[in-house]
Structure formats: structure tokens, C-alpha cells
Design a protein. Structure first.
Length: 242
């Protein structure tokens, strides 16, 4: 995995977008939803939800947005039923793409996702047409820019909690787990360290390097998908460099 740090690839793509509060709030809403789905909507008893809400408030996310994300997860949003759906397809240049959405209208969302692919020379595929090219893993990031975290200590703690691997990348600890062990490792580490990222996500088995023209179209596709309010995650296997 060295050389393909998901965290740094995310950062390179997200730094410019972080100026857009909507994108920040979308990611917070997803983290809040996931935490509430796993452990319930009570901040007093769900430590992961409490951490997610605190991070959202630190970025000035409105309370209404926070409450809506919790209610989506717990089914308490009056008259609305939300469904989790995964779309798979290929972007320009044959880049593999997985899109996770949370929607109250799957016909509307399917149409919008299909339009984004078509507009950028991509196409949707059948279920399973792309996921075989990815590994699903728990992924936790601990930043160590000030050098205060001892590598041996955090490695020992992560492995003892059930992590599979830990990789040091540019003052960042990338920690990988089986999905089944993710929650236990995350809960243990967040007692001792500030987590920059914690999620169960997809990692490409191989990376694609499209032409410059297809690369720009792919970036446009990602932007269109992420601008959709139903989108929770966009995964792809395009290599992203500085």
C-alpha cells in the first residue's frame, strides 16, 4: 500500500474543495449518519457519534443539519424513508467507480447518477461489475505532524486492538483493519489519539492512469457526483498525484 496513501490522495483532491462549506457538511453528515446507524442516536451512550458531532460543530455545521443526519440514521425523520444504494460503473478511460448514496427517492437518484456518468463519457454497470477490483477495509488515520506519537507505541496498540497493518506516510499513520474489527480498533485508538479519518472503505487492487483529457473528465465526474446531496462516498481507482 505504500505510495498509494488514501489519506494523501484524499487531501490532494479535497484541499481546494474544503472552501465549499457544503462539501464539508456533506462529509460530516455522512460520518454522523454512520455513527448513529452503528450505535444509535443518543450522544450520551454513543461515543463515536459524540466525536462526529463535535467535529461537525467545530466546522460550524448547523444544528439542523446534524439533527437531520441523526434522524436519517435512526428512522425518526417524519414521513421519509432513506435507502442506502451502491452504483458501479466506469468513468472515462475505463476508470472503475463506486458511488454510495443515501436517498429517499431511488428513481431520482439513479437518473442523476446515470446523467453524471453519461455527461462525462462514462457508463453505469451491473452490481458486481466493479467491486471485484477493490478490497473493502477499515481505514483509520492518525496525523503526527509534530512528531509526538511514538511509532512503536501506536503500532503495538493498533495491532493488539485487532488492526492488520499500519503504514507511516509523510507524518501520518495509516491503519488498516478487517471490516469486522474496524469498530473495536477505532474505539480503542480514539481513547488515546485524535483520529483524522475513520471509515470502512474501498481500496483499489490496481490503479488506472488515464490520458490527461480523460483525467479531467473523470475529475468532472467526481465533482458532479459529490455535488449530489444524496452522495455519501465516491470511490475510484484513478491514480492522483500532486
Amino acid at each position: 500500500m505504500a505510495g498509494h496513501s488514501k489519506w494523501h490522495n484524499i487531501q490532494r483532491r479535497k484541499n481546494a474543495q474544503d472552501a465549499k462549506k457544503g462539501k464539508i457538511f456533506m462529509r460530516h453528515a455522512k460520518n454522523i449518519y454512520t455513527a448513529a446507524k452503528e450505535g444509535g442516536g443518543d450522544l450520551e451512550t454513543n461515543a463515536s457519534l459524540r466525536v462526529a458531532v463535535d467535529k461537525a460543530k467545530a466546522d460550524n455545521m448547523p444544528n439542523d443539519n446534524i439533527d437531520r443526519a441523526i434522524k436519517k440514521a435512526t428512522g425518526d425523520l417524519d414521513g421519509v424513508h432513506y435507502e442506502e444504494i451502491t452504483y458501479e460503473g466506469y468513468g472515462p478511460g475505463g476508470v472503475a467507480v463506486i458511488v454510495n448514496v443515501l436517498t429517499d427517492n431511488k428513481n431520482r437518484t439513479a437518473s442523476e447518477v446515470r446523467h453524471a456518468f453519461k455527461k462525462n463519457d462514462g457508463n453505469l454497470g451491473e452490481n458486481g461489475s466493479v467491486t471485484f477490483m477493490f478490497d473493502r477495509k477499515g481505514y483509520i488515520v492518525v496525523e503526527n505532524e509534530d512528531g509526538s506519537i511514538d511509532e512503536d507505541d501506536i503500532t503495538m496498540e493498533a495491532i493488539e486492538a485487532g488492526a492488520d497493518d499500519i503504514v507511516v506516510e509523510e507524518s501520518v499513520y495509516d491503519i488498516y483493519t478487517d471490516p469486522e474489527n474496524f469498530q473495536r480498533v477505532r474505539d480503542h485508538l480514539q481513547e488515546h489519539y485524535k483520529l483524522a479519518e475513520a471509515d470502512v472503505t474501498f481500496f483499489p487492487q490496481t490503479y488506472s492512469t488515464p490520458s490527461e483529457d480523460d483525467k479531467q473528465k473523470m475529475l468532472n465526474l467526481i465533482d458532479m457526483l459529490e455535488d449530489n446531496e444524496d452522495t455519501q462516498d465516491v470511490h475510484h481507482n484513478m491514480e492522483i498525484s500532486e
